[in-house]
Ligand binder design. Structure first.
Ligand SMILES: NC(=O)c1ccc[n+]([C@@H]2O[C@H](COP(=O)([O-])OP(=O)(O)OC[C@H]3O[C@@H](n4cnc5c(N)ncnc54)[C@H](O)[C@@H]3O)[C@@H](O)[C@H]2O)c1
Length: 373
């Protein structure tokens, strides 16, 4: 993996946030990233949830590295499945429109795969608290279906799963390491924790190798932009692009470690081929915190449109808010050699450019959009 200093990426503040006290980010030199140096040439790879946000970015990178890629996706409404996501590689991947809970389909698809990236699942914490059944079905049963299929038809495949930082629940201390206790606050998080434990059982008892990742908040191109129910950083981007007001709950001081999707893809690719990651729980995040207020300001500044304002937490959000989170990424650095490469300002700029160019593929024109904030 390499990095290239790029003097043309010096970040400069263009104007103050609309109607709010002037502020400036200090100018800084961004670092342009180059992709992880993995080689998937001629490797057979299955991605469940492959038409979604992370899955499609992963698929594009795998095709670029010469892999033979199959995507399984049920195109569930409200989730991030979008055929446009794979436009750059549409003629180079196989797509199977089926549900990860469909045993017959999954039994067939796992055969002869070298690597399986398991990303299909219910994705919204908020939704899990009103309808928990998709979490139980997709996240828990879907994982069992996949692991049973591997056990029976392909016990040598490596399976990488994208769990969530939410599995820890409220942080006892920052940064949060993999040793921290798990006290999840919602059904989404519990179902992810359960899926992780199921995969561990299949590794320890049946030798199906797995990598159990716990992802922080991921942002970037190819995310779902239809609802604010999940993907808060991407939602901020949409509001700024539409010249709307970003609502920053409370005093905006809650911290997160927002990670650019290309860095997340690097982590997944590097872990899948590294035996030191097998059977391990690994955090994937940025050891560099940003508050929601800083994020909103930087998004508005980078977009050159939109504004932000403070808003009261809704009772629902207040009850569910786990507070500050910052990943301890020492373990993945040491075992796999991965660390994030994309500065926040650069990742936001890349994302804004992408959505400005392809906005109509991700959300409706303003006058047709149902406002749900
Ligand atoms: N994006 C993040 O910030 C983040 C953070 C932590 C964990 N994760 C996890 O990573 C995974 C991918 O998330 P994403 O952001 O790409 O979401 P996404 O909604 O963009 O993609 C998920 C894809 O999975 C598909 N899918 C869902 N259930 C399915 C099922 N039962 N059968 C087949 N396909 C199904 C959807 O149609 C969608 O295309 C999810 O498991 C999510 O929980 C994401």
């Amino acid at each position: 993996m390499g990095i290239v200093q790029s003097p043309d990426l010096v970040y400069t503040s263009r104007r103050p946030a609309n109607g709010h006290p002037a502020w400036k980010f200090s100018s800084r030199v961004s670092v342009r990233r180059t992709p992880a140096m993995t080689n998937y040439k001629s490797k057979r790879v299955l991605i469940t949830g492959g038409l979604g946000f992370i899955g499609s970015n992963l698929a594009i990178r795998l095709v670029q590295q010469g892999a033979d890629v199959t995507l399984l996706d049920a195109m569930i409404p409200e989730y991030g499945g979008n055929l446009f996501n794979i436009a750059p590689v549409k003629d180079d991947v196989r797509i199977n429109f089926s549900n990860v809970c469909d045993e017959f389909s999954v039994n067939h698809l796992v055969k002869n795969q070298d690597y399986i990236f398991h990303l299909a699942g219910q994705v919204s914490h908020i939704k899990s608290m009103t309808n928990p059944f998709d979490d139980i079905d997709f996240n828990i049963k879907g994982t069992v279906v996949l692991m049973e299929a591997c056990k029976k038809y392909n016990p040598v495949a490596v399976v990488v799963r994208s769990g969530t930082r939410g599995q820890y629940g409220p942080a006892i201390r920052l940064p949060v390491s993999e040793e921290a206790p798990s006290n999840p606050k919602g059904i989404y998080e519990i179902s992810n924790l359960t899926a992780e434990k199921i995969m561990k059982v299949y590794y320890e008892n049946f030798g199906v190798k797995s990598v159990l990742l716990r992802l922080t908040n991921i942002y970037g191109p190819r995310a779902q932009m239809k609802t604010h129910h999940y993907g808060v950083a991407n939602w901020f981007l949409r509001q700024a692009i539409d010249n709307e007001t970003i609502k920053v709950f409370g005093d905006g001081s809650i911290k997160r470690d927002f990670l650019f999707v290309d860095d997340c893809v690097d982590a997944m690719l590097m872990c899948a081929v590294n035996p030191k990651a097998y059977g391990e729980i690994l955090n994937v995040g940025r050891d560099d915190p940003t508050t929601f207020l800083e994020l909103a300001k930087l998004v508005v500044e980078t977009a050159g449109s939109g504004r932000w304002e403070f808003a009261e937490f809704t009772p629902e959000r207040k009850a569910q808010e786990p507070g500050d989170y910052l990943s301890d990424i020492t373990k993945i650095k040491q075992r796999v050699g991965w660390s994030p490469k994309t500065p926040l300002d650069e990742g936001l700029r890349t994302s804004i450019d992408y959505y400005r160019k392809h906005r109509h593929e991700y959300w409706e024109p303003l006058d047709q959009t149902v406002r749900i904030v």
